[in-house]
Design a protein around this ligand. Structure first.
Ligand SMILES: O=C(O)CCC(=O)C(=O)O
Ligand SMILES: [Fe+2]
Length: 286
């Protein structure tokens, strides 16, 4: 399946040489948690190293993914129930996020994905190798989009790809930067629900994947950490003040998921849940 981009992303893309933050999980917790918070505020994405996930686990899962796809052409996606891949790492990162934000309840975020009813999934994307195309061709990049511009709706993503490039991230200032593939490490991407919980203190990075321009196929796997369908997503009191009024009404993950599936990939779905100055906050909270 090819996920087409919305017209909004057909504008010219700018790129700049900026590195994505790297977080070493083996160093002192207070240092790591501070770095993670900074990365979530400024980029909405970071790379984790020294994560403790054995290489055999990742490569076995990738081999399963490759087997499950077969060979027909086109970008394909396959979602399966979340396995331990990504789950432990996501929980650890969310604990560190709470610590870095000085929230006394260290499980305030990780609880959302640890619930037995959690709606988390594991997804494989496959971008087949290109055999008949000159990879250096000057074709417009927008014609080569494999997975269009979007932000992910859940809490956070743990992404790992093989050694073939394709993922790009949009920074605050509208610059797009390529995310260098690193099969031994993981990227963590902040998603819309975590952005809402922090009342926009964190950014949910818009990203896309280019169609494969390489002679090797690209395989990415992503753990999407999500709350249960009935789980409430609402700015936490710590992030709301007279200076920073509440930006969103409370909604359930089920509601947001429905909105995500009934809008186009590139739409800014959070706008549907934004409070307007005329909204009566007391009505919305009751
Ligand atoms: O395949 C990739 O690298 C990214 C795909 C993606 O953003 C998604 O599946 O949500
Ligand atoms: Fe995504």
């Amino acid at each position: 399946m090819v996920a087409l981009s919305s017209p909004a992303c057909m504008r010219a893309k700018k790129t700049k040489a900026v590195g994505i933050p790297v977080v070493d999980l083996s160093v002192d917790k207070s240092v790591v948690s501070e770095l993670i918070v900074k990365a979530c505020e400024e980029y909405g994405i970071f790379k984790v190293i020294n994560h403790g996930i054995p290489w055999e686990v990742t490569s076995r899962l990738e081999a399963e993914g490759v087997r499950s796809f077969g060979k027909p052409p086109g970008v394909k996606q396959r979602a399966v129930p979340a396995t331990p891949f990504g789950y432990e790492l996501a929980s650890e990162v969310l604990g560190l996020v709470a610590e870095g934000l000085w929230i006394p309840d260290k499980h305030v975020f990780s609880r959302q994905i640890r619930d037995v009813q959690s709606d988390s999934v594991l997804r494989f994307n496959h971008y087949p190798a290109v055999n008949n195309q000159d990879p250096s061709s000057k074709a417009c990049k927008e014609d080569q989009i494999g997975f269009g511009e979007h932000s992910d709706p859940q809490i956070l993503t743990v992404l790992r790809s093989n050694n073939v490039a394709g993922l790009e991230i949009c920074l605050h200032d509208g610059f797009w930067i390529p995310v260098r593939p690193d099969p031994t490490q993981f990227y963590v991407i902040i998603r819309d629900a975590l952005r809402v919980l922090t009342n926009d203190r964190f950014v949910s990075a818009r990203h896309m994947a280019l169609a494969n321009l390489s002679r090797n196929s690209r395989m990415s796997m992503m753990y999407f950490g999500a709350p249960p369908l009935t789980g409430t997503i609402s700015p936490l009191p710590q992030f709301v003040s007279p200076q920073k009024p509440r930006l969103y009404r409370a909604f359930t993950w089920g509601e947001y998921k429905k909105a995500a599936y009934s809008t186009r990939l590139g739409d800014f779905r959070l706008d549907l849940f934004k409070l307007r100055p005329s909204d009566d906050i007391l009505d919305l909270l009751s």
